[in-house]
Ligand binder design. Sequence first.
Ligand SMILES: [Zn+2]
Length: 467
Amino acid sequence: MKEGVARKAIYRKDYTAYPWEVHRLDLHFDIGIETTIVRAEMALQLRDGARAPQDIVLNGSDLQLVSIMLNDRVLNTQDYIVEGETLTIPGAPQNSVLKTEVEIHPAGNSAFEGLYLSGDFLLTQCEAQGFRKITWFPDRPDVMTTYRVTLEADKTGFPVLLSNGNQTDAGELPGGRHWVRWQDPFPKPSYLFALVAGDLSLVEDHFTTRSGRDVALRIYVEAENLDRCEHAMESLVNAMSWDEERFDLEYDLDIYHIVATNDFNMGAMENKSLNIFNSKYVLARPDTATDADYQGIEGVIGHEYFHNWTGNRVTCQDWFQLTLKEGLTVFRDEEFSADMQSRAVKRIRVVRDLRGRQFPEDDGPMSHPIRPDHYVEINNFYTATVYQKGATIVRMYHTRLGESGFQKGMKLYFERHDGQAVTCDDFLAAMADANAARKSSQVTACPSCRSKYSFMPFWKPLSPSRV
Ligand SMILES: [Zn+2]
């Protein structure tokens, strides 16, 4: 929060859909450490029911605007309004193509959101609202679109240029420069965008999916860490097999990247096909790592991989639904670890962790529901309650419905919502409809947390405990 600027609370009940559909986003990055130039072109169409003309409202932060064009007309400063983190173009027609060019400054970005310098290379962190530090865009999870990304840079400083999706083209440029193009065919929200540019070394393996797709698995690390990637790669292969066998979910692209860096200040991030990890969750060698390190790597590699379906293919309508992707994916990674190791030991660890971290949170001033009703700063809601208690609520579905009932619910959830941004209620409805369960009119709230059970109101909790 900027000093002296009071930020207003955002309420879940105030949600309104974005009036525009973004049909595609083309991004071009001219990469430099001090200054990177970002050109964006997006095709917008008003949703059914929205009457033209409508304002186009975009989010941006710390962007130096070079130019902006709407339907090939250059806009002057009187044609749009910039207020705080929003840019408004009044009265745009039904179908609009918007082109912007901005300059950003990765080396000077100390917020570690958006594009920033980590050691000698550049990388991104966009969850929850970092994409607005890269370009003007409706930076909200319910605006999903397909991305085509072209990265251009000096070949010596940035031999590796990565983004989401499959690589579709590449070439040389004069002056020792080169370019690479990436296309992600699956619509995604902006928080899943990623870019990595730098001099990184590579460990490669392959995985063949059940339907026969050959997937290149690539882990990029700093050169001195090349001998410590074996366990992470093995964990990734195991996670891909496990998700096919247990959840009937296959990987959907030709390539899967993991980039590990010492300087990533989040644990790990599930950007579509380009996960970025703190090295701690990737690197291990028998002479330096403990059993707990090995188990931690397996769990986190699995967690980020499992997001490909629970989070990426089906994402959250708004940030209030964070537990929809995190609670569900933590449940999935707990089950993965239980199947890979000892189920009993894993369960004891999960409960000890819950009691050690989440119970105190619920007992103190930080107590909040797994799906909050309002927030001032969403980054403060990446909590043990949203993650671990959220996973426990999902476990209660599983306990009540059994493995086959739960899997029926998951199947229906993906059939209904693949490619959509949805809510916890949609998950509940899929679970209930697939199992013909009782609906919410028969709710009995948990006596100890009442509204905190809003995620799963259609049955009475197992016991009046806090989880
Ligand atoms: Zn997660």
